[in-house]
Design a protein around this ligand. Structure first.
Ligand SMILES: [Zn+2]
Length: 166
């Protein structure tokens, strides 16, 4: 990749270390032209398999765009949405799969969205349930039954949420 200072392509790696428990690697590079150093980070691409069968890289922005509409008029800010998208990505990466069905991304959004705002969750779920077949309905019902309904509203978790926001 090009040096961010002088745009030349030639650089050498001077240091390389795994981060985030080995899920990505960070490299310190030195530009061969201008001698300045910069850092790159390398992470396996999480691919989303669309209904058409085509794949595209997972995008937090797409998750946020999909959820934002359901959050209109609700007490949900950009930080909440960014955190939600981050949790969705972490959960999906945590499954250890390199490729995820688009349907699974939609399902991974439901639980954190319900924790964030129940009204937004219901709106999102109702759109998300715009099904094409009986199998889709059966899948959604199974999903709703499988998801735990109790909310984490103990004092400690509320405190932690407030702390992480500040
Ligand atoms: Zn340079």
């Amino acid at each position: 990749m090009n040096c961010p200072y002088c745009r030349q392509a030639d650089s050498r790696v001077v240091d390389s270390r795994p981060i985030d428990e080995g899920s990505s690697i960070r490299r310190r590079r030195e530009c061969a032209t201008c001698g300045k150093r910069f850092t790159t980070q390398e992470m396996a691409i999480l691919s989303v398999i669309k209904r058409s069968g085509a794949t595209e890289p997972f995008s937090r922005e797409k998750v946020i765009a999909g959820v934002r509409k359901a959050c209109q008029g609700r007490p949900v800010n950009d930080d909440d949405l960014a955190l939600l998208a981050q949790r969705v990505e972490e959960n999906l990466r945590g499954t250890g799969q390199a490729e995820i069905e688009a349907q699974e991304v939609g399902m991974a959004i439901l639980a954190p969205l319900r924790e964030l705002d129940e009204v937004a969750y219901l709106r999102y779920a109702s759109v998300y349930r715009n099904f094409n077949s009986l199998d889709d309905f059966e899948g959604e019902i199974a999903l709703l039954r499988a998801l735990p309904f109790e909310k984490n509203e103990s004092d400690t978790s509320e405190d932690e949420r407030e702390l992480s926001k500040s």
